[in-house]
Design a protein around this ligand. Sequence first.
Ligand SMILES: [Zn+2]
Length: 453
Amino acid sequence: MSKSRSSKYKLSKAAWNVYNSFRIGRSYQSLLLHESNFFNSQRPEIRHHQVDSLRSLIFYAEQSTPYYTDLINGISLDNLYETIHDENIDLSFIPILEKHHIRSHLDTLCSTRYKPRDRIKNSTSGSTGTPLNFYQSRHYWNCRNLSVYYFDRWAGWDFGDPQLIIWGSLAEIDSGKILKEKINRFWRNQYWLNGYELTELQMKITFEKMQKVKPTTILSYPSSLYQFSKYLSEKNLIPDWNIQGIISSAEMLHPHYRTLAESVFNTKVYNRYGGREVGLIAMECPEGRMHINCRDLYLEIDSTDPYNQPGDILITQFNNYIMPFIRYRIGDIGRISDEMCPCGNELPILAELLGRSTATFKTKDGKLIHGGYFTQQFYKLKGVTQFQLIQETLDQCSINLVINDEWNEDEKTFVESVVKDCLGLGVSLSMNYVDDIPLPRSGKREFTISKVT
Ligand SMILES: [Zn+2]
């Protein structure tokens, strides 16, 4: 990387190191180096780590977490050695953890070996608007941060390098008003653009700021990144410095988002997949494959043929003993692959990720259709900038569309036929052409909503 390191960079890098080393009580750089060794290990070692971590966690949960004591009462380590080993991992004896279980068993899901004051509360907005609350430990957060720091380096990020963050969550943006957060951003060398206020003025100011600061990476919601890229492209504003990479997180990264951002910033977009409940799940490598974070979690596909037939993603988190998440249905659909990646990293690959199953549609004859199906169909359309499909009743759907110059009759007919083929010929579809589809409070764009299910 040929660039003159500013004193701000040096200050920021030193501050990261001191701050993190103080928190964990040892040199953070050496810890990161040590952990990186695991992420770079070979398949058999990775598998062995997963087996060990699963056995320990499940045994611990049965012993100390009332919810799991009831569920898998009496399971011994010997039983676990039989069902979980290097050749085969069978977790089918543990029922899947659903979000509604967490809502109704929040207390019994917590380990009795931790004091309530050690629980760090966290929540997700949930697709229904009802927040999902849960608890995490300090250890979980240390592991989670370390993984983010490791994987973000694939995109060219490093401690102290200036980073532009385009984020849309009100909760996170509001805290920017607090002095503490401002100080944090200063020493972390982060510059923020509020994803909620992507006005032309804000984007112009941000671009001018970036010309001076020259961030090496961008971290963004893909939809906000797309809007920003589109603005720069339309105004012919060309970043004239070298951006190492762009990290896209928290939403579905659609191919046209990626294409535009990569051409405007002349760099690669890296898709980072995670969830607040379980941390970083997978990260895209320079060769474009999503590698699974096997140090922190075990990923299963709820499908009879997970290599060919996509299914719900189930996550078992290894580091959060305070409230174990075992076989947690996170709400996304995926498929795994056993290929070896040309990048040389041997972490297994998540071959397909079909976005948040925020909505499940229901047909008149009772069939359930995953909302991701429509997303997959509609993102191919060049004339559609944004869309939101809403199932109002079993007979009626509406779609909000932000269109551009390439929208035409063929695309309109395509949208109608996708909806009718899937939900039934008798279903009426009203198309609403709008200027914008506002982000919900969570900041995560909802492409599909069903008021029926
Ligand atoms: Zn790779």
